[in-house]
Ligand binder design. Structure first.
Ligand SMILES: C[S@@+](CC[C@H](N)C(=O)[O-])C[C@H]1O[C@@H](n2cnc3c(N)ncnc32)[C@H](O)[C@@H]1O
Length: 115
């Protein structure tokens, strides 16, 4: 395993930060890649963001989206890369926007761990 450090100015579009984009260019297969927290990112073949303002294929809660990717839509887990970028900054939005299945923050994190 290789660990490296690079500096980049913070950007809410994480995947546009040069060191991150370079890393993605190296490893991401654009043929079968899913992104449950895509925002405006176009890296994935199948993109999702709970916020309908973003132009994604799906506007589902990430848990529901991943469930469909694993068990439905004919994909049955046949993808090579999962991009995972749910920033800490988006956590308050996450509580506000996501389904009401989780009654409090701890339940919400417990639900995420199941994934
Ligand atoms: C850090 S941004 C992703 C940035 C993206 N990787 C990029 O490079 O532009 C995190 C995104 O997760 C979305 N989000 C937050 N909670 C979510 C949830 N429960 N399910 C799906 N998307 C969620 C937010 O709307 C936000 O756009």
């Amino acid at each position: 395993m290789i660990f490296d450090r690079f500096f980049s100015m913070p950007n809410s579009h994480t995947f546009q930060m040069k060191p991150v984009a370079d890393l993605l260019n190296q490893y991401v297969s654009r043929l079968s890649c899913i992104d449950p927290f895509a925002r405006d990112s176009k890296w994935a073949t199948v993109s999702n963001d709970i916020n309908p303002e973003f132009c994604c294929q799906y506007q589902l809660d990430a848990v529901e989206f991943l469930d469909h990717c694993l068990n439905g839509w004919g994909m049955e887990g046949k993808f090579e890369t999962v991009l995972f970028d749910p920033s800490l900054q988006s956590a308050p939005d996450c509580r506000m926007l996501s389904s009401d299945r989780a009654e409090n923050e701890n339940d919400r994190y417990a639900e995420c761990e199941v994934v």
